[in-house]
Structure formats: structure tokens, C-alpha cells
Design a binder for this molecule. Structure first.
Ligand code: ATP
Ligand code: MG
Length: 432
């Protein structure tokens, strides 16, 4: 029935939301999106990628690659929906071969189906109902699925033009949002917890290219949080395949703070230090804002007063996409985007190292500045930056060991202190 000489091209059609196409940003939007699709498909053979009005067309080498392409495209922000079209010449034998390939790529109909033909080219020898009957019969023979003309579960659309025939079935939802990179760059502070990966995902969705920054207290605590953040980068990397992660050891600096500063203020001081280091990293990469996973009142430390006392350490804008969300909503979203399972692994949160049971919940800026007075903050930021490890590129290949290297030859910067057992081992912090 099907002839082998048919020339059939599998074409992915990615559509963008019309709203995004208004105004002068349109060309930039489409170019950024096209670049992101190319990166997402970098290891998939395709013949060409083109911009058409409101659409991006990717001609694949082979329809067999569709399941992988579908998975990748579903994570490219800026795409509203997408589908696979099989393009052939207009001979009936070619249309049937294209239908066969579409069924192989997309799988058989899950329930009832129908075929609809649009035929602007009236010179074609068969009428639309005749083509619908032939293709419908063919699909039924191949799959055993029943035809239903009213409200079928799936409709096979065939468009017959002078230059070719185009058959499509499912329209897959895209992730929406804006193409990563179209809204500029941000630095996102990512712990191993549930919140910050969700906050990062939301900023990716709004078109920000994100650099992740993680602070850890290794070797005072286990390295689990670093391993988790690398895994989180791999998960978030599905939406931004070219990632950057900076891991920063601050255990020694925390120890110095624990020796010199009021213990109730330590959490606030750790956070101020984190923001300062993140701000320096943002300046280095030209990023325009910092991102945190803070949600108002979620824990005793995230009060309006503490947030103010912490943010006053830096000048850069801080974005907090989760500020009005509750924990259940955040956990639901984490599960949907695939980070919940990674965040669930218990780790040692560096913010709890050396910290008393009742940290300050209503700190003022003056209190924070007074508590910091004995410290040489600039030197501490420099030390933190000098110990950092930068991971770049495709997170799939990152080796966590790089972040764990210890410079044994150098003198410890601070005198070791004796810690009580309670302080040495932080309590698990992941209460849900
Ligand atoms: P998360 O689940 O993201 O850890 P949380 O509810 O545990 O958030 P906190 O631990 O108070 O809240 O942290 C608030 C925010 O500060 C985090 O969302 C994150 O953006 C940042 N942060 C906290 N700890 C770290 C860390 N070790 N490295 C990088 N950023 C951190
Ligand atoms: Mg946390």
C-alpha cells in the first residue's frame, strides 16, 4: 500500500502566544526562542530551523526522534503549544505512508478518532470526504481504533496544498512563559530546600537566564547539600540547558562569626554575608537582580523585620517570587516541576551551623550592623569568593568532587574552637 519512494519530512511546529508577539520585541523574542530550541535539541539530528509568523518550524532528520524532541520542547519557555506534522507529496500513497509514520511517532489513538481534510487546492482528483474515508480506514486497519465523527478524542488534520500534504494529530501544550534570556540575567540563591528551586523555575519562566549560587559549610557538615544542588541544576537545566552554578564554602566564616558575634543574630548575619557574596557574583556576570525562595512568615526567621535587616546589606534588587505562597502551594509546584524529590533528601543546612535554638526573629538594621561591627566584612566576602567553585555548561557532566577540594597546604584562616556536640551537628531542618 505505502510506496517507499515517498518524500516525507517530519516537521515540528512550535507556536508562541500572540501576546508575546506584540510590539518591537517580537524579532528578539523569536530569535532568542529559536536559539533556545537549538540548544535544547543540540544532540538531536535536525535538518533546519526557521522562523515563520508566530511559529518556529524544525525539520527533523527522522520522525523516530519525536519522543525525545517532544520531551525537550515541552520544557522550552516561550512556547505555547507544539505539534508534529508529517509533510509529503500529494499522492494518496504518500499521504498514507506519512500517516503511518505519524502513528508510529505519536502512538495510536487512545480512543475514538476522526480525519478532517482541508483542501484549498480544488484540482486534486479526490474530494475531501473521499480522502477522509481512505485515511480513516487506513488508521482503523493499523490500530483498530474506532471512528467517531462527533467529539472524537483525537482528530487527524490533513491540509492539502498545491505543493504538498500536511498531516497532524495532537497539539501538545508548551510551558508558556518567555524565552530564557529574553528578560536578562539574575543570580538565584539556591539551598537544598524546597523553596529556592521553585523560585528559580519561576524566574526562568519569566525569561531570566539564571546563575545558581549555593553556600555550604562543608567540611563542618556533610556535602549532601552540594550534591543536591548539582542535581537540582540538572533538573532546572531542562529549561536552561547551559547552566552556571557557583558553590561557595562559608563554614570558616560562619565559625568566625560564631566566635565574634551575638549568637541570636547569627542567622541574619549569615544571610547578609550570602547576599553580599551573591551581589559580587552578580556584578561579575552582569546580572541585574538576586532571587531568593523566601515566603513571608513561613519560618520564624522570614518576618518583615528580618527580611529588611537582611536585604539592607546589599544594593541590588532582590526578587522573591514565592513571597505570597504557602508551603503546600510551593510543594505542589515543586512536585510538578520535578524538584520536590531531590529537595526531599535530608541535608545539613549551613544556616543552622553554630546557631542557637532561638535566633532573632525581629532584627533591626541597626542591630545587624552593631552585631557585625567586630568583623572585617570586605575581607570575608573576598575570602568567600576566593574559595568558590564555578560549574558551567551542561550540568549532566558536572563532578561534585570539584566543589569539595580542600587546600590542605594552606593555614586554617581562623583558630579552631571547641564546639559542643549540639552545635557541631545541626538538626535536620526540612520540616514540611
Ligand atoms: P529553601 O527551601 O529555599 O531553603 P527555606 O524556607 O528553607 O527556603 P531559608 O532557609 O530561611 O528558607 O532560606 C531563605 C532563602 O535564602 C532560600 O530560599 C534561599 O534563596 C536562600 N538560602 C538559604 N540558605 C542558602 C544556601 N545555603 N545557599 C544559597 N541560598 C540559600
Ligand atoms: Mg533553607
Amino acid at each position: 500500500m505505502a510506496v517507499e519512494s515517498a518524500r516525507i519530512r517530519p516537521v515540528v511546529i512550535a507556536r508562541v502566544h500572540e501576546v508575546a508577539l506584540k510590539g518591537r520585541n517580537r524579532r528578539r523574542f523569536m530569535r532568542t526562542l529559536t536559539g533556545n530550541i537549538m540548544v535544547a535539541l543540540r544532540d538531536v539530528p535536525y535538518r533546519s530551523i526557521k522562523i515563520r509568523t508566530g511559529r518556529i518550524l524544525v525539520v527533523l532528520e527522522n520522525a523516530e526522534h519525536w519522543p525525545l524532541v517532544r520531551e525537550r520542547i515541552a520544557r522550552v519557555f516561550g512556547i505555547q503549544n507544539f505539534s508534529l506534522t508529517l509533510e509529503s507529496d500529494t499522492r494518496m500513497s504518500s499521504i498514507l505512508r506519512a500517516t503511518e509514520l505519524l502513528l508510529e511517532a505519536e502512538g495510536p489513538p487512545s480512543g475514538t478518532f476522526c480525519v478532517r481534510v482541508k483542501r484549498p487546492d480544488k484540482t486534486y482528483p479526490l474530494t475531501s470526504p473521499e480522502i477522509e474515508r481512505q485515511v480513516g480506514g487506513f488508521i482503523q486497519d493499523c490500530t483498530g481504533a474506532p471512528v467517531q465523527l462527533r467529539q472524537p478524542e483525537i482528530t487527524y488534520q490533513i491540509e492539502l496544498l498545491h505543493e504538498g500534504a500536511y498531516i497532524t494529530s495532537r497539539v501538545h501544550p508548551g510551558p508558556g512563559g518567555l524565552p530564557v534570556g529574553s528578560s536578562g540575567e539574575v543570580v538565584s540563591l539556591v539551598s537544598g530546600g524546597f523553596d529556592s528551586p521553585v523560585a528559580t523555575f519561576r524566574m526562568l519562566k519569566r525569561g531570566c537566564a539564571v546563575t545558581l549560587v549555593h553556600f555550604h559549610a562543608y567540611p563542618f557538615v556533610r556535602s549532601t547539600s552540594i550534591e543536591k544542588v548539582v542535581e537540582l541544576a540538572q533538573s532546572l537545566g531542562k529549561s536552561q540547558p547551559e547552566m552556571r552554578l557557583v558553590t561557595v564554602p562559608i563554614g570558616d566564616l560562619q565559625r568566625q562569626m560564631a566566635i565574634s558575634c551575638e549568637s541570636e543574630m547569627l542567622v541574619v548575619l549569615y544571610r547578609r554575608l550570602m547576599l553580599r557574596v551573591a551581589e559580587a557574583i552578580a556584578h561579575e556576570y552582569g546580572a541585574g537582580a538576586l532571587v531568593t525562595g523566601e515566603s513571608l512568615g513561613q519560618v520564624a526567621s522570614q518576618t518583615l523585620q528580618n527580611i529588611r535587616a537582611i536585604e539592607s546589606a546589599v544594593q541590588l534588587t532582590i526578587l522573591r517570587p514565592l513571597i505570597g505562597m504557602d508551603k503546600i502551594e510551593i510543594l505542589d509546584e515543586a512536585a510538578r516541576i520535578g524538584t520536590e524529590e531531590i529537595s526531599r533528601t535530608p541535608d545539613d543546612d549551613c544556616c543552622t551551623v553554630f546557631v542557637p535554638r532561638h535566633p532573632a526573629t525581629h532584627a533591626t538594621i541597626e542591630q545587624a550592623e552593631r552585631a557585625e561591627a567586630p568583623l572585617n566584612i570586605e575581607a570575608m566576602v573576598r575570602q568567600a569568593l576566593s574559595g568558590r567553585t564555578v560549574f558551567e555548561g551542561n550540568p549532566a557532566g558536572w563532578n561534585v568532587m570539584r566543589a569539595l577540594r580542600q587546600d590542605d597546604a594552606s593555614e586554617p584562616p581562623f583558630a579552631p574552637i571547641e564546639l559542643s556536640e549540639e552545635l557541631r551537628r545541626p538538626e535536620p531542618t526540612k520540616s514540611v
